[in-house]
Write a protein that binds this ligand. Structure first.
Ligand code: MG
Length: 208
């Protein structure tokens, strides 16, 4: 399986990163290795080569069937369900990569950099997945809040876009971008990530 992630799919986050949004119909794409996955109870393990790992709460779409070039109107037919996810990012390594024009692989791909909740099947979704609130707390402080209605590419368009470039397979996970409010996490922190239509997940943060 593979983990395919969108960057800059929320305008407010792109602005806080001082990024030009560019053509919103063609967002930035990067991969995380399967070894980045982390299931509850964790913990998240911060790599010793970064001093600035950030939280990014994201809606994750799980693919249920091998597919290629799926039209947006048919995207729902290939979706197995959804998960709450965190796209943990070594921001210092990412900034260095940006300066050099390098890919973000090392900044985004460390072990435990992709914590995810259990799978919520489409029939378990409470409300509209395309207009549901995402929130992230660190030690009880609300740090990120947004709604999937703010996504530049909504869920069906994400599936259409990515499957236009590569075959998607059962079990593949699509991270759909983060709203504004990203910030650092530190050893001992307790994170709660919640998506109203799904549920919440909790992770603690440890050193590597
Ligand atoms: Mg992200």
């Amino acid at each position: 399986m593979k983990i395919v992630c969108l960057g800059k799919n929320y305008r407010a986050h792109a602005q806080e990163m001082q990024e030009l949004l560019g053509d919103v119909t063609k967002p930035l794409v990067f991969l995380k290795p399967p070894t980045a996955l982390l299931y509850q109870p964790g913990p998240i393990r911060l790599p010793d080569y970064s001093t600035n790992v950030h939280h990014e709460i994201e809606l994750v779409v799980e693919i249920g069937v091998r597919c290629k070039a799926v039209a947006a109107a048919h995207a729902w037919e290939v979706i197995a369900g959804y998960r709450v996810g965190l796209d943990l990012t070594a921001r210092d390594l990412q900034q260095e990569a940006k300066r050099h024009g390098w890919p973000w692989t090392l900044a985004k791909g460390f072990d435990t950099s992709a914590p995810i909740s259990r799978l919520y099947r489409p029939d378990e979704v409470d409300g509209e997945i395309t207009a549901t609130r995402l929130r992230l707390w660190v030690n009880g402080d609300l740090r990120q809040e947004g709604t999937t209605a703010q996504m530049e590419l909504a869920v069906p368009q994400v599936v259409a876009y990515l499957s236009g470039y590569m075959t998607l397979e059962e079990g593949d996970l699509l991270f759909t971008g983060t709203p504004a409010g990203v910030g650092p996490i530190r050893p001992g922190d307790e994170l709660i990530a919640a998506i109203d239509a799904l549920g919440e997940m909790r992770f603690t943060v440890a050193t590597g």
